[in-house]
Design a binder for this molecule. Structure first.
Ligand code: GMT
Length: 367
C-alpha cells in the first residue's frame, strides 16, 4: 500500500508512534510518505520506502496566525495525487484530520482518499474538550473513514465525551522487541531509576525527585531523567533544594532510548494521566520494572504486582516503597523483570500489532 502519515513530528508520544509505525510498515513492503512540518522524531537517516515531504508555511503580514492547517491540506493533496496514495493516516485529531478532509475534498473528482485518524490522548482529554475545539474535534472523528484509539480507556472516553456512534478500533501502542532488549551486562554503580517524558505538568516529573528522596532514606539509588520541557527547571531546583542534586542526572532529549532503558533498574511514570504510557512499555521490553500510577489506560499495560506496580497519583510514599521493594528483593526483581519482558513480547510486539493496522487499512479501502 502507499500510505501518507501525518503527525506532530518533534514532540510527544503520538509522533513517536506514528514514526515507528511508518518504519515498521516500510519494512513490511509498504511505501510510506511522511507529510509533516519537520523531519519526524526517530526517523533517522535514509531508509528504503520512506519518503518525507515537508510542509512549508509562508507568512504574510496579514496573517497574525500562519494557516498551517491549510498549507498541510495543500501538501497532502499534492503528495496524494503525485504518488497515488491509497490512504492518509493521521495521528492526533487536531488539526491533522481536518487538513486531511480538505485534501480529500480537493481530490474528490479524481482520486479516492480515505482517512484514518488515530487518537492518542490529549487530543481528546485536553484539547478536544476545550470549548473552542470541541465541535471541530467531534466533526473530525465523525467524518474519518476509520478511527483507532491506543487504549480501551481512550475509546470509552471518546464515546463518552463526544457521543461517537461509529465503530472505534482499539490498536494499542507497540514495541519492537528485537530493538528494545534487556541488557546483556548492566553498568556498575548505584541502582538506577529512570524517567522518560516531555516534562509537561501531566507527567508530574517533580514526583520523581520526591520519590528518589524517599527511596534514598533507606536504599542507595540514582535518578536519570531523559527528555526536556517546561518542568525541567522546577525539577532541577527541587533536587537542589532537597539536597539530592548529586544523585540526579538530567540527560536532556535522547535519540536512542533503546540504549538507555536497559541500563535502568526501575522506570518511574508518576503521570497524572496516561492514555497508554509508551515509555513504560519500552522499559518493560528491556526488562525494566515500571512503578507507575493507576490512571487512564495504564492498567491495560501493567498488571499490578506481576510485571510492574500501580499506585495512586501523587502517593509518593507508596511509589517509593515499591521502588525499595524492587531494589532490595533480588528474587522478586528478577521475576518481575522477566514478566515485564514477557508481557511486552506476548501482547505488544510489533509482530502482533502492526498487522492490526494493516487489516484496518484493508477494511477501510474495501468500504
Ligand atoms: O504525553 C505524551 O507523551 C504526548 C502524548 C501525545 O499525544 O503525543 O502522548 C499520548 O500518546 C502516547 C502514544 O500513543 C501514549 O503512550 C501516551 O499515554 C499519551 N499521553 C497521554 O495520554 C497524556
Amino acid at each position: 500500500m502507499r500510505i501518507g502519515i501525518t503527525c506532530y513530528p518533534t514532540y510527544g508520544g503520538s509522533g513517536i508512534v506514528a514514526t515507528e509505525l511508518g518504519l515498521e510498515l516500510a519494512a513490511r513492503g509498504h511505501d510510506i510518505h511522511f507529510i509533516t512540518y519537520a523531519n519526524p522524531i526517530r526517523l533517522g537517516s535514509y531508509q528504503e520506502r520512506i519518503h518525507y515531504h515537508e510542509v512549508e508555511v509562508s507568512t504574510y503580514p496579514l496573517f497574525q496566525y500562519p494557516p498551517y492547517c491549510l498549507a498541510l491540506a495543500s501538501r497532502m493533496a499534492e503528495v496524494a495525487e503525485e504518488y497515488s496514495l491509497d490512504l492518509l493516516h493521521v495521528h492526533y485529531a487536531i488539526p491533522h484530520s481536518i487538513s486531511a478532509m480538505l485534501a480529500q475534498q480537493m481530490l474528490r473528482d479524481k482520486h479516492k482518499l480515505p482517512i484514518i485518524t488515530t487518537l492518542h490522548g490529549t487530543d481528546i482529554t485536553l484539547v478536544g474538550t476545550d470549548p473552542s475545539y470541541f465541535p471541530i474535534t467531534k466533526f473530525a472523528i465523525e467524518q474519518s473513514d476509520g478511527i483507532t484509539t491506543i487504549s480501551q480507556y481512550l475509546k470509552e472516553r471518546t464515546v463518552e465525551v463526544f457521543g461517537i456512534g461509529k465503530p472505534i478500533q482499539v490498536i494499542r501502542n507497540f514495541v519492537n522487541c528485537r530493538v528494545y532488549q534487556p541488557a546483556v551486562k548492566k553498568q556498575h554503580g548505584e541502582p538506577r531509576l529512570l524517567h522518560v517524558s516531555n516534562f509537561r505538568p501531566v507527567k508530574r516529573v517533580l514526583d520523581c525527585i520526591r520519590i528518589l528522596e524517599e527511596v534514598r532514606r533507606t536504599t542507595p539509588a540514582h535518578l536519570l531523567l531523559a527528555g526536556d520541557g517546561p518542568e525541567r527547571s522546577p525539577a532541577e531546583r527541587l533536587a537542589r533544594e532537597l539536597g539530592i542534586g548529586n544523585h540526579v542526572t538530567f540527560l536532556g532529549k535522547q535519540d536512542h532510548v533503546e540504549r538507555l532503558f536497559p541500563q535502568a533498574d526501575v522506570l518511574l511514570m508518576p503521570s497524572e494521566l496516561e492514555s497508554f504510557g509508551l515509555a513504560a512499555l519500552e522499559a518493560m521490553a528491556c526488562g525494566v520494572v515500571p512503578v507507575a500510577t493507576n490512571c487512564g489506560g495504564v492498567p491495560e499495560l501493567i498488571t499490578h504486582g506481576v510485571d510492574g506496580f500501580l499506585e495512586a497519583v501523587g502517593d509518593i510514599d507508596a511509589q517509593a516503597a515499591r521502588v525499595v521493594e524492587i531494589l532490595t528483593d533480588e528474587g522478586a526483581h528478577g521475576r518481575m523483570s522477566a514478566a515485564a519482558r514477557q508481557s511486552a513480547e506476548s501482547r505488544f510486539d510489533t509482530l502482533r500489532v502492526i498487522p492490526e493496522y494493516e487489516a484496518m487499512y484493508r477494511e477501510v479501502l474495501a468500504q
